[in-house]
Design a protein around this ligand. Sequence first.
Ligand code: SAM
Ligand code: SF4
Length: 332
Amino acid sequence: MASPKLLLQLCISSLHHITASVFSLVWRWTPGAFKGTDRTLEERKVQNATTPTSVNYHFTRKCNYKCGFCFHTAKTSFVLPLEEAKRGLRLLKEAGMEKINFSGGEPFLHDKGDFLGRLVQYCKQDLQLPSVSIISNGSMIKEKWFQTYGEHLDILAISCDSFDEATNQLIGRTQGSGRKSHLDNLYRIRSWCQQYKVAFKINSVINTFNVDEDMTEHIVELNPVRWKVFQCLLIDGENAGEVALREAERFVISDQQFQEFLDAHSSVSCLVPESNEKMRFLDCREGRKDPSKSILDVGVKNAICFSGFDEKMFLERGGKYVWSKADMKLDW
Ligand SMILES: C[S@@+](CC[C@H](N)C(=O)[O-])C[C@H]1O[C@@H](n2cnc3c(N)ncnc32)[C@H](O)[C@@H]1O
Ligand code: SF4
């Protein structure tokens, strides 16, 4: 079984918002640094390590939804203790982290959102990170959370793949019957973001069930700072292949279908497309997500070195943008 510490592989192994994280590479190469030495290739790789400017931290894999396409399935319920998680975050900050994004699983599930809130507060208040953000399905968020922690959060992204409840049921983006509707939650959270001055974002995964939907009207009404539109992606071992807990093949659309969806929404200026080609760029180059080393075990630089991060693709997919709410000039 994988070491629990792997869960704090805040970076390394994955595809951007999936498992672990994303780094912008700032080369620390000193010309001539290795001249005349007999350093090993591994040592050189460490020396040439990159800076983890932007990090995704998936501290839990547990979730209360059952989205059929999900590529981050609950293989373990382990969550690192708060102080250890903070230690990892401090190591990343010392290595150059500027942006942290909390994802999962569902990040508001553990400790009713308090664990997440404490990390958000720590990242903003103690580590003074310019950007602190969260991706959530929105189902567990209460107004009290905004009252307690909202001031420390720059961006909250809520995932919404359809504005039709029946389609959300088909996808599995729901808590089951009798519970609050996903769309009611979405609109409620949108107004709390306005009230508590948190920039609001939407993520949508385009798949066989929503590819023909016109979402323009709702997106314009909700007016997010960004609408990230993902082409449904398969990752071997997560949502495809023999050992996977989910089989997402029936959700997959072609590149052409994805392009047609983008064309149909070309009037939406906040739309940021994430094609499969763009997303598959860390350890997932082979369509797999292999665990990398834990920063708590090997340190940040070593962990990044073995992660296979692709800087060019990170920048091409808009990895760097205005990510602090103070710089957004939003009309709260
Ligand atoms: C794994 S979820 C975790 C956070 C939270 N539970 C949520 O759904 O927003 C992070 C993001 O990955 C997206 N996602 C999940 N499976 C995907 C897939 N197969 N292809 C593309 N994006 C996917 C989700 O829609 C969500 O926006
Ligand atoms: S809400 Fe859906 S996409 Fe997010 S972690 Fe849960 S099952 Fe996966």
